[in-house]
Design a protein around this ligand. Structure first.
Ligand code: GLN
Length: 402
């Protein structure tokens, strides 16, 4: 699991004789999601754990990256992002969400949404600040809170529909709240937050005068008529929302590490300073290719959603057939499952068995909860995979017995 339930004592040392390590870094483990990918490789398992496509990225985007390198766009871009790319980000946000932003003062290009999230948090968090985080949560948000110094207040999303109790949410806000972290469409649940839910969140942000940091990286993976609404579009939220997104998922280039944060000018100024000293900047030729990607025609996004719907239904069929209880996702590209039927002591034991004995890798549910016990009946599978991968997974999962 990403978070250790009991923080290590501050006196923890590298070795009994060596210098002390950071107490912050002692409070979380390496990513379980990425560890599952390493285990999949080690055991030759079909990898349905880490969310990265195993099919090719679009040819025109790859060609644009190659052309950019050949054209010698190989030195630092402007720290907060190449102008052409920021212009394309602004145009894309206006095109899909109708929000006009100033690319000169309201956008910071980062090394993936992961860096955008951490830079954003470092830019706004002071000692004593709290963040509200829906749980289950994408595992990065735990370490993000620790590294930036925020105290997370978790609010449950309740299965099967992953709804939240408005009173529970209201109780998590208070004078110390600096921000709510909102990931919609959601990883790992596949929930797509609806307007009424966003309005509840908005009302609390306005009441307590705090920020919202939204992770919208799955914005185009929507099923069953679900609509993605950026929190920044709601009245009163434009200037208090930090909207985070990336090329990774929409254009199947998770290894490029190009993402961005959109925020009001004063907030952006702070994010840019943090970003500058953490990474200097994101890869220049990939920003050039990103400008082209963001201008893809409507048909690109429609095809993307349609193909992901087919993949979702394919994996739902495989998992249900193998005995998993599935929580049907309406967005993103993960399926949360209930593994109670298999009778294993917990999610980690079952995930280990699956990867070593059955040959399929998935992510233990406990990586998405502060208290591992709460995720012990869950396993997360991803469906950003090609048909031959599904076939291999189906053949292996057929060996599972209940
Ligand atoms: N977001 C992806 C997932 O949840 C990839 C995680 C990562 O390795 N950054 O699987």
């Amino acid at each position: 699991m990403a978070l250790k339930t009991t923080p290590a004592p501050a006196s923890t040392a590298a070795t009994s004789a060596g210098p002390k390590l950071s107490a912050k870094a002692e409070r979380f483990t390496e990513s379980v999601i990425r560890e599952m990918t390493r285990l999949a490789l080690k055991h030759g398992a079909v990898n349905l754990s880490q969310g990265f496509p195993d099919f090719p990225a679009p040819a025109e985007i790859k060609d644009a990256a190659k052309a950019a390198i050949d054209a010698d766009i190989n030195q630092y871009a402007i720290t907060w992002g190449a102008k052409k790319f920021r212009d394309a980000i602004a145009a894309n946000f206006e095109r899909f969400q109708g929000v006009a932003v100033d690319p000169e003062r309201e956008i910071t290009v980062c090394c993936g949404s992961t860096e955008a999230m951490l830079s954003a948090m470092m830019a706004i968090i002071n000692p004593g600040d709290e963040t509200v985080v829906f749980e289950p949560f994408y595992e990065n948000y735990g370490p993000d809170a620790i590294l930036s110094g925020a105290t997370p207040r978790f609010v449950k999303l309740h299965p099967p529909d992953w709804t939240f109790d408005p009173d529970e949410l209201a109780a998590a806000f208070g004078p110390r709240t600096k921000a709510i972290i909102l990931n919609t469409p959601n990883n790992p649940t596949g929930k797509v937050f609806e307007r009424a839910e966003l309005e509840t969140i908005r009302n609390l942000c306005v009441k307590w005068n705090c920020f919202a940091i939204t992770d919208e990286i799955y914005e185009h993976m929507l099923y069953d008529g679900a609509r993605h609404i950026s929190l920044a579009t709601l009245e009163g939220m434009r200037d208090r929302t930090i909207t985070i997104n990336a090329l990774s998922k929409t254009y199947s280039v998770t290894g490029w590490r190009v993402g961005w944060a959109i925020a009001a000018p004063a907030v952006t100024a702070a994010i840019r300073k943090v970003h500058d000293f953490v990474t200097v900047g994101a890869a220049a030729p990939l920003q050039e290719a990103g400008a082209l990607a963001l201008q893809m025609p409507a048909s690109y996004y429609e095809t993307l959603a349609r193909e992901y719907l087919v993949r979702r239904d394919r994996l739902l069929g495989i998992l249900t057939g193998a005995g998993f209880r599935c929580f049907k996702p309406h967005g993103a590209y993960y399926i949360m499952t209930d593994i109670s039927a298999f009778g294993f002591p917990d999610d980690v034991a079952f995930a280990k068995y699956l990867v070593t004995e059955i040959g399929v890798a998935a992510v233990p549910g406990s990586s998405f909860y502060r208290d591992p016990a709460e995720g012990r009946h869950h396993l997360r599978f991803t469906f950003c995979k090609k048909e031959s991968t599904f076939q291999a997974a189906a053949a292996r999962l057929a060996k599972l017995t209940r």
